[in-house]
Design a protein around this ligand. Structure first.
Ligand SMILES: Nc1ncnc2c1ncn2[C@@H]1O[C@H](COP(=O)(O)OP(=O)(O)OP(=O)(O)O)[C@@H](O)[C@H]1O
Length: 562
């Protein structure tokens, strides 16, 4: 948080300056009261008129200065939360795809919304209020010294007590704040799940189940919030009691000093006034400190997100793909699972076309994800032009590869923007991409390239979305195109046509994960990679049919199904 404070040094200095002036002016009010009482005792009417004029000007000035102070505080809070939110967002953007996927995306949403709000309410606001409180306290203390050093000494002793007692709540408040942050993240995850699965929930009559689940999470979050609020209420009550106790003790000491003849009645009233001004900042301080301390765990969580450093794939070499990608004796398993790949060997030459085939769950997508550098903990070697993946800059590697998944994400924008991804693409290339991908076939007078596709492409069919994804990959001009069942939602003939056109692009290396077993199409691939029991067998379609019994069996079975 220090970074954000130093980014707003000037505004903070101005806030402290105006806050100090306001505090001093507020504390000065006690002297005015004392003066007025003494004027009343002396019955001096002209001094009284002068005091009335002075007081009026003083009140207007107080109002103006307080406005400046409050506006500066709001500005600082807005800037700090904006910068914090931006840093967290940047930290999320920096994550590699594998790390990003390891956390539920609603967790990120919760950090960017709930946690930032928590920092605003429980860190920034109390910190600024506390600063003003401290200045007010100091100013009032000076006035108190002016009235009576003995009363001042009593006050200091009590203050020490006041700062220690609310501090006892710090630890429990921090634990509860941390718990609340987690519960809010869980609630956000549940809400996101509900929104994403709305259609399934409705059509499969899951409303009761979701209602119960939401209700229970809502209840847990509310309880957790109440847990924080209860501690905050306890801190507030303790601070109210303690500050009232301070007021009474100070008042008793002042009365004692009057009895002893050490101070006048005017000073007594002044002391009472300034003591009242001391109670307020004491309350603010004793409530602010535990609140600020309580946000430690949330700040830690936000720091972890914003200062994300990739520790798994930290290579810096520029990836190239002039020759080939080699997968050498690669074994891989997901956490606490058996090996998915077990000594897999295969290679991909530049410009050649490959079809990856195998039973559902045999590890086809896993292999593709490994090539993309999503996972670091594999055994064996994955080499791009002879350089191991761990030595390469993964961000740059990802820029070389276009992946088209079965489920295509669509931005709520025009077809053009979904293809060009908001970049300027030359007309020629765009025209070619529309043709190869088959997008041009579903454009007409009603649906042009500039028609909006709705939320996640709601106004398009699954096949149309996939065709847009193919066009998107083509205009980006990447050397490697991976289709992870990327044409599965398109009718057989259209998919055949699109894939044939893709296979005809000479310079493009194509890897297609496919469950479609059209012999003509499979023959058009340079090599088939048949995956089975964690291993890969490579060959042309005809070679595999000739030499690999398992492949023949698998092919015949699927061909019949198809
Ligand atoms: N993130 C993950 N964590 C744990 N297990 C996973 C994860 N992703 C995939 N798996 C498991 O790894 C195995 C291989 O999955 P993968 O998606 O690579 O198979 P696939 O051959 O592409 O399947 P399909 O043809 O059905 O798409 C499956 O058993 C799957 O359940």
């Amino acid at each position: 948080m220090k970074k954000y404070v130093s980014q707003n040094k000037k505004s903070l200095a101005a806030a402290i300056f105006t806050g100090t002036i306001f505090s001093v002016m507020s504390a000065f009010f006690a002297i005015m009261v004392q003066q007025l009482i003494d004027i009343a005792v002396k019955k001096d009417i002209s001094a009284f008129i002068r005091m009335v004029i002075f007081t009026s000007v003083y009140i207007v000035m107080c109002g103006l200065i307080h406005f400046c102070y409050a506006a500066l505080c709001k500005r600082i809070i807005c800037r700090v939360t904006q910068a914090l939110r931006f840093d967290v967002f940047q930290g999320i953007l920096k994550r590699n795809i594998s790390d990003f996927r390891s956390v539920n995306s609603a967790d990120y949403i919760s950090a960017l919304t709930n946690d930032i709000k928590l920092i605003e309410d429980h860190y920034c606001t109390p910190l600024l209020q506390g600063l003003l409180g401290a200045v007010e306290l100091a100013a009032s203390a000076v006035i108190l010294i002016y009235f009576s050093p003995i009363i001042f000494a009593t006050l200091i002793a009590l203050l020490i007590l006041l700062t220690v007692i609310p501090g006892l709540f710090n630890k429990v408040l921090e634990e509860r704040q941390c718990n609340l942050s987690k519960r809010m993240a869980e609630l956000t995850i549940a809400v996101k799940d509900f929104m994403s699965g709305f259609e399934i929930i409705k059509s499969f009559r899951m409303i009761d189940c979701f209602e119960q689940s939401f209700n229970s999470k809502n209840e847990i979050t509310t309880k957790s919030k109440y847990g924080v609020d209860k501690i905050t209420a306890a801190v507030e009550s303790v601070s109210v009691v303690l500050s009232s106790a301070v007021l009474i003790v100070v008042f008793c000491v002042a009365v004692y000093l009057i009895i002893k003849g050490n101070i006048t009645v005017g000073v007594l009233v002044g002391v009472l006034q300034v003591s009242g001004q001391i109670v307020n900042p004491i309350q603010i301080l004793s409530q602010s400190i535990p609140k600020i301390q309580g946000t430690k765990s949330v700040i830690r969580r936000l720091r972890e997100l914003s200062e994300y450093q990739c520790v798994t794939m930290t290579g810096e070499k520029e990836p190239t793909f002039d020759n080939k990608i080699t997968v050498k004796d690669v074994s891989f398993k997901y956490q606490n699972r058996n090996d998915i790949l077990n000594g897999a060997d295969c290679s991909f030459e530049r410009g050649k076309k490959y079809a990856v085939i195998g039973k559902s769950g045999c590890g086809k997508t896993t292999l593709i994800n490994l090539l993309n550098g999503y996972f670091a903990h594999y055994r064996g070697e994955i080499l791009y032009d002879g350089v191991e993946l761990h030595e390469l800059d993964i961000e740059k590697l990802n820029e070389m590869i276009a992946v088209i998944h079965q489920n295509v994400y669509m931005f709520d924008s025009s077809i053009r923007n979904n293809i060009c991804l908001y970049r300027n693409i030359p007309d020629e290339r765009m025209k070619w991409a529309l043709e190869v991908s088959g997008v041009e076939n579903f454009l007409d007078a009603d649906r042009t390239i500039d028609t909006n596709v709705g939320e996640n492409g709601a106004s398009l069919s699954g096949g149309q979305r996939q065709r847009i994804a193919v066009a998107r990959a083509l205009v980006q001009d990447k050397p490697i195109l991976i289709l992870d069942e990327g044409t599965s939602a398109i009718d057989l003939q259209t998919a055949f046509d699109i894939e044939s056109r893709l296979l005809a692009i000479k310079e493009l290396t194509v890897l297609t994960i496919t469950h479609s077993f059209h012999p003509d199409l499979l023959q058009a691939y340079d090599k088939i990679i048949f995956m089975e029991k964690g291993k890969c067998t490579m060959g042309t379609f005809d070679e595999l049919l000739e030499n690999n019994e398992t492949f023949v069996h698998f092919f015949m079975l699927n061909k019949e199904k198809g």
